[in-house]
Write a protein that binds this ligand. Structure first.
Ligand code: F6P
Length: 196
């Protein structure tokens, strides 16, 4: 792609309550982000008449709602859905620590390889996003990816050459547009734009 714009969905009701996973809608703040996003995205695009921009989301409500005001064609990828937290889906980190202390400790000890029971690990997610990355590399024009914390860590890490061990703790804040621009030497130039 000529440029990749990465963003997490706007704040969801689950984010607001500190719950992981789920398929909740946007909170009021998240809704505000969705409304501000078009202007922030368009500001990062050149002023061309026939601009080709694609918007890729996951299949979860919070990314679809976040992307809905972007005036470009959209594509939904199951491969961009958030890490599946299995038996921990819908809990807070604190509740996980109380109900499943061994799981909590195992994840803390090896966040990259730890797989949630009946769910996924970061390694699983890194594998799962591979087809998306292949398409991102094939895409000629501009792509806006609206996805989730863990999945975006994996996508970002691929393009920025982040070591696998560092992927699970990469900073991936809400309400921030990350712009990745391919440079002639094959590296990516990164800029981050908080949107509020
Ligand atoms: O809290 C938002 C969220 O996207 C959860 O749905 C997901 O489980 C989590 O972030 C992934 O981040 P971490 O791997 O740091 O728990």
């Amino acid at each position: 792609a000529r440029k990749i714009l990465l963003t997490r969905h706007g704040e969801s009701e689950y984010n607001q309550r500190g719950l992981i996973g789920g398929n909740s809608s946007l909170s009021e703040r998240g809704e505000r982000y969705a409304r501000l996003l078009p202007e922030a995205v368009i500001a990062r695009l050149p002023e061309e008449q026939q601009l080709s921009v694609a918007v890729w989301t996951s299949t979860l409500k919070r990314t679809i709602e976040t992307a809905r005001f972007l005036p470009f064609p959209k594509l939904r990828w199951k491969a961009l859905d958030e890490i599946n937290a299995g038996i921990c889906d819908g809990l807070t980190y604190e509740q996980i620590g109380e109900r499943f202390p061994e799981e909590y400790a195992a994840r803390k000890n090896d966040k990259l390889r730890y797989r949630y029971p009946a769910g996924e690990s970061y390694m699983d997610v890194i594998q799962r996003v591979e087809p998306v990355i292949i398409e991102l590399e094939r895409e000629r024009e501009y792509v806006v990816v609206v996805a989730h914390q863990a999945v975006l860590r994996a996508v970002y890490a691929y393009f920025m050459g982040v070591a696998p061990e560092d992927i699970p703790r990469l900073a991936m804040p809400l309400h921030t547009l990350i712009e990745l621009t391919p440079m002639p030497d094959g590296t990516m130039h990164e800029e981050r734009f908080p949107v509020d």
